[in-house]
Design a binder for this molecule. Structure first.
Ligand code: BYC
Length: 328
């Protein structure tokens, strides 16, 4: 359903027709009609390349994203919280599985994707380059980062590439559980002792700018939005998604008596748009290009995991299996 990247050796693989204006027009007409593009359908090389880039980054974000919360499993306050967090972190790794399978249908092997992650060639979400300093960070990640991801994923699950959309639909079901888990911890701390509230407020202050960055650079700076929206890979621009998030979640934060570290943040009732201080985009580009507080540590952990797991992968590999060659 999601994958299908492997084909038996010697399978018949017809050569894809070269790109032509007619094929491109037919492809774009299918997208305009709302049809899903499937792995063996003709697609322009640029569509394939963009999808690989985006799905691969998304998959990496899930496995790297398991790390900050993962560090709190052993320290969760109580058995119920520990069980829920363990299940949540495990789900995130499962999401990576779904997404790597979806990206494999486009012709890039999982091994190449993981190598590109470890050697720093591929990006992953900015937010996972920050430490989870306290238990309140787990609340902020589970509530607000999962909420931000849901805004992005619900929209893009209506997109054009079948395997990615189906993976996103399933991921969203699980993310709604994650959001409940995060919200429960968040409300517990917000309505707890003074010390708990202060810990939550401090986590919120630290995470706010990374969360604003999460949706990507503002539309005037975004490189890929125009192409990706034309081909319905992205169903809304970075700014539109950021606005949706602010609209849905700022009131929920304020109603708990918490503040956000942006004096300009307010809804303009005449336009319905949220006004906010533009986050520092230099910081964002530093972080996504390897210079955030935890980038080196995150990749080092992944590298060790890859090295230690090599014998398991070797034991499971079928000698006659190979990756499908892309059809376009
Ligand atoms: N972080 O042209 P733009 C989760 C890069 S995990 C890092 O606007 P695009 C969870 C961008 O790649 C869910 N890099 O890009 C897991 C591009 O660089 P390259 C994570 C970013 O693609 C565990 C450059 O900036 N969600 O929920 O049109 C625990 C220019 O940007 C970011 C996804 O991965 C960023 N935030 O739009 C808890 C969603 N933003 O590639 C929770 C899938 C931008 O040219 N991805 N860049 O070198 C997307 O929807 C889109 O790729 C983005 C960016 C909206 C993020």
């Amino acid at each position: 359903m999601y994958g299908g990247g492997y084909v038996p050796a010697g399978a018949d693989e017809p050569k894809a027709p070269a790109e032509s204006p007619e094929l491109l027009a037919q492809f774009e007409a299918r997208i305009a009609r709302g049809e899903k593009i499937e792995p063996r359908d003709w697609m322009p090389a640029a569509y394939r390349k963009q999808l690989i880039r985006m799905i691969e980054q998304h998959a990496h974000s899930e496995i790297i994203g398991a790390l900050p919360e993962g560090t709190w499993i052993t320290r969760a306050p109580g058995f119920r919280r520990k069980l829920a967090l363990m299940a949540k972190v495990q789900d995130e790794v499962g999401h990576a599985q779904l997404l790597y399978s979806a990206a494999e249908t486009l012709g890039k092997s999982r091994e190449d994707m993981l190598n590109d992650l470890i050697n720093g060639k591929s990006k992953y979400s900015n937010v996972f380059n920050y430490p989870a300093e306290t238990w309140a960070d787990v609340a902020v990640i589970g509530f607000l980062i999962d909420a931000a991801a849901i805004v992005n994923q619900v929209a893009n699950s209506k997109g054009s590439y079948g395997p990615y959309c189906r993976a996103l639909e399933r991921i969203c079901y699980e993310e709604s559980f994650h959001l409940k888990q995060g919200h429960s911890v968040f409300v517990w701390l917000a309505t707890g002792t003074t010390m708990q509230r202060e810990m939550l407020q401090s986590a919120l202050n630290r995470w706010w700018e990374p969360i604003m960055h999460f949706f990507g650079p503002s539309d005037t700076m975004s490189q890929h939005t125009e192409t990706l929206m034309r081909w319905k890979v992205k169903m809304a621009s970075n700014d539109v998604m950021r606005q949706q998030f602010l609209n849905m979640y700022v009131p929920k934060i304020w109603e708990l008596g918490l503040s956000l570290p942006d004096p300009e943040l307010r809804k303009d009732e005449t336009t319905g748009q949220w006004l906010f201080t533009e986050p520092n985009w230099d910081t964002f580009f530093q972080v996504i290009n390897g210079n955030g507080p935890c980038n080196r540590e995150r990749l080092a952990v992944r590298k060790v995991a890859e090295e230690r797991g090599a014998w398991v992968r070797a034991a499971l590999r079928r000698a006659d299996a190979r990756y499908a060659t892309p059809l376009a």
